[in-house]
Design a protein around this ligand. Structure first.
Ligand SMILES: [Zn+2]
Length: 83
Protein backbone atom coordinates (compact mmCIF):
# COMPACT_ATOMS: atom_id res chain seq x y z
CA UNK A 1 0.00 0.00 0.00
CA UNK A 2 1.18 3.47 -0.83
CA UNK A 3 0.92 5.59 2.30
CA UNK A 4 1.25 8.93 0.44
CA UNK A 5 -1.96 10.80 -0.06
CA UNK A 6 -2.92 11.45 -3.67
CA UNK A 7 -5.23 14.36 -2.88
CA UNK A 8 -5.10 17.35 -0.57
CA UNK A 9 -8.21 18.93 0.95
CA UNK A 10 -8.27 22.65 0.19
CA UNK A 11 -10.57 25.24 1.77
CA UNK A 12 -11.04 28.34 -0.35
CA UNK A 13 -11.53 31.88 0.99
CA UNK A 14 -15.34 31.71 0.70
CA UNK A 15 -15.54 28.49 2.72
CA UNK A 16 -15.90 25.96 -0.11
CA UNK A 17 -13.97 22.73 0.14
CA UNK A 18 -12.43 20.84 -2.74
CA UNK A 19 -9.77 18.26 -3.38
CA UNK A 20 -6.58 18.97 -5.25
CA UNK A 21 -3.92 16.56 -6.46
CA UNK A 22 -0.86 16.33 -4.23
CA UNK A 23 1.39 16.20 -7.29
CA UNK A 24 2.07 19.82 -8.41
CA UNK A 25 2.91 18.60 -11.94
CA UNK A 26 -0.38 16.65 -12.22
CA UNK A 27 -2.06 18.85 -14.81
CA UNK A 28 1.08 19.23 -16.94
CA UNK A 29 1.52 15.45 -16.96
CA UNK A 30 -2.20 15.00 -17.70
CA UNK A 31 -1.98 17.13 -20.82
CA UNK A 32 1.27 15.42 -21.86
CA UNK A 33 -0.25 11.96 -21.49
CA UNK A 34 -3.54 12.83 -23.17
CA UNK A 35 -2.11 14.74 -26.11
CA UNK A 36 -3.71 13.57 -29.33
CA UNK A 37 -2.95 14.41 -32.91
CA UNK A 38 -5.95 15.89 -34.70
CA UNK A 39 -6.13 16.24 -38.45
CA UNK A 40 -7.69 19.42 -39.79
CA UNK A 41 -10.59 18.54 -42.10
CA UNK A 42 -10.05 21.64 -44.28
CA UNK A 43 -6.32 21.69 -45.09
CA UNK A 44 -5.29 18.23 -43.85
CA UNK A 45 -2.59 19.44 -41.47
CA UNK A 46 -2.07 17.52 -38.21
CA UNK A 47 -2.46 19.69 -35.11
CA UNK A 48 -1.52 18.70 -31.57
CA UNK A 49 -4.13 20.89 -29.90
CA UNK A 50 -6.33 23.95 -30.41
CA UNK A 51 -7.98 23.01 -33.68
CA UNK A 52 -10.33 25.99 -33.32
CA UNK A 53 -7.48 28.52 -33.32
CA UNK A 54 -5.77 26.64 -36.16
CA UNK A 55 -8.91 27.06 -38.27
CA UNK A 56 -8.76 30.83 -37.71
CA UNK A 57 -5.07 30.99 -38.74
CA UNK A 58 -4.01 32.47 -42.08
CA UNK A 59 -2.65 29.18 -43.46
CA UNK A 60 -5.96 27.39 -42.94
CA UNK A 61 -8.04 30.33 -44.23
CA UNK A 62 -5.94 30.46 -47.42
CA UNK A 63 -6.34 26.71 -47.89
CA UNK A 64 -10.10 27.08 -47.50
CA UNK A 65 -10.17 29.94 -50.01
CA UNK A 66 -8.09 27.91 -52.50
CA UNK A 67 -10.56 25.02 -52.19
CA UNK A 68 -13.48 27.40 -52.85
CA UNK A 69 -11.66 28.89 -55.88
CA UNK A 70 -10.99 25.40 -57.26
CA UNK A 71 -14.69 24.53 -56.93
CA UNK A 72 -15.70 27.78 -58.63
CA UNK A 73 -13.26 27.06 -61.49
CA UNK A 74 -14.83 23.62 -61.96
CA UNK A 75 -18.29 25.22 -62.10
CA UNK A 76 -17.00 27.78 -64.61
CA UNK A 77 -15.62 25.05 -66.89
CA UNK A 78 -18.99 23.27 -66.79
CA UNK A 79 -20.78 26.58 -67.50
CA UNK A 80 -18.50 27.38 -70.46
CA UNK A 81 -18.71 23.91 -71.99
CA UNK A 82 -22.27 22.62 -71.59
CA UNK A 83 -22.89 19.06 -72.76
ZN1 LIG B 1 -6.47 23.61 -41.32
Amino acid sequence: MNSEKKCIKVVSADGKQYYKSADPQYYNNYFKNNKKLIECDICGKTVTCQLYSHKRSKACIFAKQNLEIAELKKELIIFKNPL
